[in-house]
Design a protein around this ligand. Structure first.
Ligand SMILES: [Zn+2]
Length: 419
């Protein structure tokens, strides 16, 4: 797989809200404007036009692509194309569609997006198909939008809920966050081949679980505080309910699904988990709202010790921290720690390269997580930086105790990868 779990850019780009997200939202508002003081608030749900998932779905790509565009441009990096290219080519040829593939250069920079816009114009394509991880898919969305054509997501892993959303993250050539771009619509099609997901290392699917579990915790908080979602407007019953369904499906299916994927087998549990990670979590985060867990994730990127971890791994620490900030019932926090440890996600500071003695880093994390405009302010109570530091520090001892009592392994220190 080209989407190395530890690559910062393989994180689910579309939902890693950072300090500039609110500014970006103000500059590039989604199709539905945010409620203004002079108007009654609106509620909104946005979604992709069609979602397709199943073993061998890739073989039917042409069938679903044809109603959207008869001249597709496929965007994939060399590694992804190496293992999905033949199946895609066979499908398009059988469906009477031309096969044009452009190599994605690995980082969704403004320059790469502009280059792709030129490629689209020269090719005469009327739909761009992003094949791969979040970076590729975001570049396809951003260039398709600028070129005035339609866009489609073909994720090859289920580690992110980026494929369904109507936003993309643009990076600098060095891989630092640059800006959010919001689009007036979601992808026209999201097509997931379950066998492809099962062929990838199980760690990708586990990361997707970390991201997707946060979706319900954050949607629940957004509902309680009646805050604005990424879709613009207040949360709907629909967005919130899908976030909750994602949570329930994961608790029921994640452990057997991960075991099946370790043997590259697709079972009904695997199918359910892929849908929860990709579609339910995608709709749930975008139309249900983000809150503390993702803001803390964003804050954690300020600590170099966390580099090399996937988005979903850092989000899981954000989820535990949010539960502590909420004063959630001890049993609920304990269950969450036990479950996500079994999934293979970090539940201690140690596992994200930090310790309770890293005061400077933890303060920086908390400061970044609580800047004005961060989604932590969607919590139904005020959250200060010092509250975040205390909650983060409290995780270490409590989680170690919970794990010990549950007979689970002690945490292993994460050593950041040097670039
Ligand atoms: Zn996320």
């Amino acid at each position: 797989m080209s989407e190395t779990l530890s690559e910062p850019l393989s994180e689910p780009l579309s939902d890693s809200l950072t300090t500039s997200a609110t500014e970006a939202l103000a500059e590039n508002p989604p199709a539905t404007p945010a409620p203004s003081p002079s108007r009654a608030p609106i509620r909104s749900v946005i979604s992709p036009g069609r979602y397709v998932q199943g073993v061998g779905a890739l073989e039917r790509l042409a069938e679903y692509l044809t109603p959207i565009g008869d001249n597709p441009l496929l965007l994939a990096d060399d590694q992804v194309w190496g293992f999905v290219g033949p199946a895609i080519e066979a499908s398009l040829v059988a469906g009477g569609l031309p096969v044009q593939r452009e190599k994605f250069n690995g980082v969704p920079t403004a320059a790469e997006v502009d280059r792709l816009v030129s490629v689209i114009r020269d090719s005469g394509a009327n739909v761009i198909v992003g094949v791969g991880g979040g970076s590729t898919i975001d570049a396809a969305k951003a260039s398709g939008f600028l070129a005035g054509i339609r866009w489609v997501s073909v994720p090859t892993v289920a580690s992110t809920d980026a494929p369904t959303s109507a936003l993309a993250v643009i990076y600098t050539p060095d891989g630092e966050f640059e800006e959010y771009r919001f689009f007036p619509r979601n992808p026209d099609l999201v097509l997931v081949d379950s066998q492809l997901v099962a062929n990838a290392p199980a760690a990708f699917l586990a990361a997707g679980v970390g991201d997707a579990l946060a979706t319900w915790l954050e949607a629940r908080a957004t509902q309680r505080s009646n805050s604005t979602t990424m879709a613009g407007g207040l949360p709907t019953l629909t967005g919130t309910a899908l976030a909750k369904l994602s949570w329930e499906v994961i608790w029921e299916n994640a452990l057997p699904a991960l075991d099946a994927v370790r043997d590259h087998i697709v079972t009904p549990a695997v199918e359910k988990l892929i849908e929860a990670n990709t579609l339910l979590s995608g709709l749930g985060f975008e139309s249900g709202g983000l809150a503390a867990a993702h803001a803390i994730h964003n804050g954690l990127t300020a600590a170099p010790q966390t580099h090399g971890l996937s988005h979903g791994q850092k989000v899981n620490i954000g989820s535990i921290t949010q539960l502590i900030l909420e004063g959630a019932p001890t049993e609920e926090i304990r269950d969450f720690i036990v479950f996500t440890t079994k999934v293979g996600l970090p539940t201690t500071l140690t596992e994200i390269g930090l310790s309770v003695d890293d005061d400077d880093e933890l303060s920086a994390v908390a400061a970044a997580a609580t800047v004005p405009g961060e989604t932590i302010h969607n919590m139904p109570f005020e959250v200060r930086a010092e509250d975040v530091v205390a909650a983060l520090k409290s995780i270490e001892r409590f989680s170690r105790r919970v794990r010990e009592e549950a007979g689970l392994a002690a945490p292993v220190l994460h050593v950041p990868r040097h670039h």
